[in-house]
Design a protein around this ligand. Structure first.
Ligand SMILES: Cc1cc2nc3c(=O)[nH]c(=O)nc-3n(C[C@H](O)[C@H](O)[C@H](O)COP(=O)(O)O)c2cc1C
Length: 193
C-alpha cells in the first residue's frame, strides 16, 4: 500500500512493516518487511490492518470512492507534506478534492476522527511569527486544513511543523521533530484504544 521509499525508510528505522500491494513479489525484500497481496476494495481488506499501529497510504488519486472501507477502524487522518509556497504540494490538494471529498461525502466516513497536519518547512521557526519574514504563524497558514477538519466534523489536532528543512540543514530540528512526531502519533493511536 505504500511506496517503496517509505517501506525502505521505515524498515531501516527498525519498524516492522506490512507492505500491502497488488504485486507483493515487487516489494523490497528485507527481514522487517512482510509483503501482503491485497486490494483496498477487497471485502475483507480491513482485516489486513488488524494489529497495525499506523497506516501510511500511497494511494494515487482517481476515481476511488470507497471511504467506508478505507477509514474503517482508522482513528485519524494525518497529512504529511513539505510546505510549498505557503501551502501543500498540488497533489495533496488533488487528493483532498478527489479522495477526501468522497470520504467526507453524504455518509461522512471521517466524522469524529482526528485530523492532524505534519509539515516540513525551509524557513526557520522565527520566520513564521508575526513580525517575522513570513508574517504569520504556521497555524495561521494551516487554517484551511483546520477549516477542512471542521467542515468534515473531525477533531482538529494542533499541527506539527519541522522547520529549517533545506538540503544539508536543520538536522537538530529534524531529530527533535521526528521525536515529537512519534510521540504525537503514539498519542493518536492511544486515544483510539
Ligand atoms: C516548490 C517549493 C516551494 C517551497 N515553498 C516553501 C515555502 O513557501 N515556505 C517554506 O518555508 N519552505 C518552502 N520550500 C522549502 C520546502 O518546504 C523544504 O525544502 C521541504 O520542507 C524539505 O522537505 P523534503 O526534504 O522532504 O523535501 C519550498 C520548496 C519547494 C521545492
Amino acid at each position: 500500500m505504500v511506496g517503496s521509499t517509505v517501506v525502505k525508510e521505515l524498515a531501516n528505522r527498525g519498524h516492522e512493516v506490512k507492505a500491502i500491494a497488488h504485486k507483493p513479489e515487487k516489494v523490497w525484500k528485507h527481514e522487517k518487511v512482510e509483503a501482503v497481496k491485497a486490494d483496498v476494495l477487497d471485502a475483507d481488506f480491513s482485516t489486513k490492518l488488524e494489529g497495525v499501529d499506523a497506516v501510511v497510504s500511497a494511494f494515487s488519486t482517481g476515481n476511488w470512492t470507497d471511504g467506508d472501507r478505507f477509514t474503517q477502524g482508522a482513528n485519524a487522518i494525518v497529512y504529511q507534506f513539505p510546505f510549498y509556497w505557503m501551502s501543500a504540494p498540488h497533489l495533496m490538494k488533488q487528493w483532498t478534492d478527489e479522495v477526501f471529498m468522497a470520504f467526507a461525502g453524504d455518509e461522512n466516513h471521517v466524522k469524529g476522527k482526528h485530523f492532524m497536519v505534519c509539515c516540513t518547512t525551509g524557513s526557520p521557526e522565527e520566520a513564521y511569527q508575526h513580525g517575522g519574514r513570513n508574517k504569520y504563524t504556521i497555524e495561521e497558514y494551516l487554517r484551511p486544513y483546520e477549516g477542512q477538519a471542521n467542515h468534515a466534523e473531525m477533531i482538529w489536532v494542533k499541527p506539527l511543523a519541522v522547520h529549517s528543512q533545506f538540503p544539508n540543514g536543520g538536522k537538530d530540528e529534524l531529530e527533535k521533530g521526528c521525536k515529537e512526531y512519534q510521540d504525537r502519533l503514539k498519542a493518536l493511536v492511544a486515544s483510539s484504544k
